[in-house]
Ligand binder design. Sequence first.
Ligand SMILES: [Zn+2]
Length: 276
Amino acid sequence: MHKAMRFGALALGLLCAVQTNAASIPQGPHGGIAVVPLDAVEAVQSVTFLNKAQLIVEDYAIIALPLFHDVGEQEVQVTYDDGSIRNVVIKVLDKQYPEERITVTDQEHVTPSPRNLERIGKESARMRAAYARFSSQPPNLLPIVQPVEGRTSGVFGSRRFFNDQPRNPHSGIDWAAPTGTPIKSPAPGKVVVVGDFFFNGITVQIDHGGGFISMMCHLSEALVEEGQTIKRGAIIGKVGTTGRSTGPHLHWSVSLSGERIDPAVFMAVLNALHED
Ligand SMILES: [Zn+2]
C-alpha cells in the first residue's frame, strides 16, 4: 500500500516533469505558429527564424511555421540591443490537412492559356512583393478582428483539386457571406495592393507591420486605395465572388514573415495572449 502510494507519487512527479518540459518548448504545427515568451522585451532588437525577422507582440515573438516545413526541433534566435543572442528551441509538430475537391465551370481557371499564365505570373510577383514587406508595426496591433461573420466554407492548408487536377494548398480561410457584406480590416495597417486578379478576383492586401500582411480576395468591390492608412475594423470592401470562386465568400490569407499561416489559429492564439 505504502509502496504503491510512493510509486503513484513518483509516477505523478514524472508526469508533471514531462508535462512541464513539453509545455516549456514553444511549439505549433507546420502551417501554424509557435509563441516564444520574451524576457526583457524592451531590450530585444529582433527575433529571427529561418533567417527571417519574426513578429513581436506584447511580450511574445510569434514564429511563422511554414506549411511545408519538416517536423522536429528548430532554433529561434533572439538578438538583444547589447548584441547578445539567445537561442530558443521550438518544435514543429505534424498536422494532417484535409483534401478538398472543387468543381469550377471555367476551365481557364484550371488550365489557363499562355496569355493568362503570363498575367498570373505578373500578379503573383506583385502579391509576393507585398508579402515580403517588414514595416514598423502599430503599438496596438491586438485584438485581431474577424473580417466577416459567416460559415467557414474553406480551411487553411487543404490539399486542393480543381476539376480533379491537383493545385496549390489553400492559403487562407474562407467564410461564406452574402454579396455586399462589408469586410473589416482585422488590424490597423496600410493598404499596399488593390487589384483585380485572375485567380483571386478583386483583392486588397494590407500591411499591418512586423511582417504581418493580410490578403482579402474575391471582393465585389474594394473601398480603399493603395497607400491609405486604415484603422482596425475599417471597411475595406464588400464580399463577392470574383476570380476563381464558386459562390460569394471572403478569402482571408495571413502572411507572417513571408509565410502563409492558418488565419484561424493566428487570430485565436493572438487574441488569447492579448486577454491574458
Ligand atoms: Zn479561399
